[in-house]
Design a protein around this ligand. Sequence first.
Ligand code: NDP
Length: 498
Amino acid sequence: MDTLRPFPTLPTTPREFGFYVDGKWQGGRPLFDRASPGHGVPVTRIPKCTTDDLNAAVTAARTAFEDRRWAGLSGAARASVLLRAAEILKRRRAEIAYWETLENGKPISQAMGEIDHSIACFEIGAGAARMLHGDSYNSLGDNLFGMVLREPIGVVGLITPWNFPFLILCERVPFILASGCTLVVKPSEVTSATTLLLAEVLEEAGLPAGVYNVVTGSGRTIGQALTEHPDVDMLSFTGSTAVGRSCVHAAADSNFKKLGLELGGKNPIIVFADADLDDAADAAAFGISFNTGQCCVSSSRLIVERSVAAKFEALVAAKMAKIRVGDPLDPNTQVGAITTTAQNDVILGYIAKGQAEGATLVTGGIVKDLGHGQYIEPTLFSGVTPNMSIATDEIFGPVLCSMPFDTIEEAIALANDTVYGLAASLWTKNIDKALTVTRRVRAGRFWVNCIMAGGPEMPLGGFKQSGWGREAGTYGVEEYTQIKSVHIETGKRDHWIA
Ligand code: NDP
């Protein structure tokens, strides 16, 4: 597998990309210069597409769907394209991780891990393509036989965010392709490079032209037009709850396209006094610092049993102080740069608000000055109360808020005291507490004595305002299909008209 030797430096000039429609690279549009958030220098130049470009991409995806160049293949044939893509990704791992790090600011070692996870998504997607099947009813009487067919839903629009540009893409694309659908992707304008590189990978893997199309540009123009497009059958959106809401309106006002939404989170990590506190503290520090807390499943609310709260907060603060915040291209860095200046301002604003609201800053809360880029130290607040904005709002940064509890009922109530329901982590050695809390906390992903564990076999998605539907695994493929009930008469019709 490709490795990072010699270790990369910044590109001497920004790399210019085209956009990809109907199997062809296209250019001639104005370019958007993206600067590395870790270094402050331009690294890529991305086309600002027009809505005509988007319409052409949807037409290409529609034609490719209707002529069955992809949907008409066997699951085995689709699987072999996905497996070839996985092999190409192994070869291009370091290169894709490099561009991901430059545009996003995440540590290069983490980006490499995300490419490995993406490869696994393609492998699981290949298996799912072969296993996709419907159902039959042999219980309708001797004269009637029932079949339930799963058919690809059609043309899918995919809007992805800037926090995990390649990983989130690959948690969806192999499963969309496994189902037989075609798609048009709109990545975030600030992190488009690796979505475009995936087009090269899929083309080399033998994916027919028109099946995977990428149109770049801003969310407000291209993204919005994709949500409103009358010829898109389904839209998968990952990002803010506010834009998720606008997707629902756009779907209702256009063609009632089916929606898959993965939105915000304000995820609890619940720690009982009987837990292995050292393991739990490591998980708490990791859960809020990974990807600089710009992660929809970040555990941002620490709900800890009062009898150990002070000791536990000290353990977490000590772990946080040891985290290596630094240049994303340094292989030893654990926490890199904040991806956008807007997000940097949001996080610093919440750190100021937390102090103004009366919470105690235990550690962090400061900008780390490397002489380039934007970096924030992992931050812990104690003495947080449920009504404070740092306890209710998705900060999307490395800011952990600690709240104590006395009883299991109180822990469950605090965990559920949010409009979101994306993920939760629980730490206890007591099986009764573990099962009670697991069953009563409303979250789409639940980790007991672990955090952010799992693979693309397991479905992803949220309860409440964290979204609709599930991505990845067999559940993920099924989201991109629709059900047709087929009834076959096997005997002589019992006539209605004598
Ligand atoms: P957005 O929801 O604005 O961006 C997510 C994606 O949607 C991007 O591709 C963006 O494109 C696109 N987009 C933006 N506006 C529209 C629109 N009107 N119609 C269709 N697509 C659109 O998130 P932000 O970047 O503004 O981040 C704000 C907050 O959202 C964060 O602080 C965080 O709380 C949350 N968030 C959650 C994520 C998650 O994984 N659940 C991921 C990202 C953000 P472009 O970037 O080109 O404008």
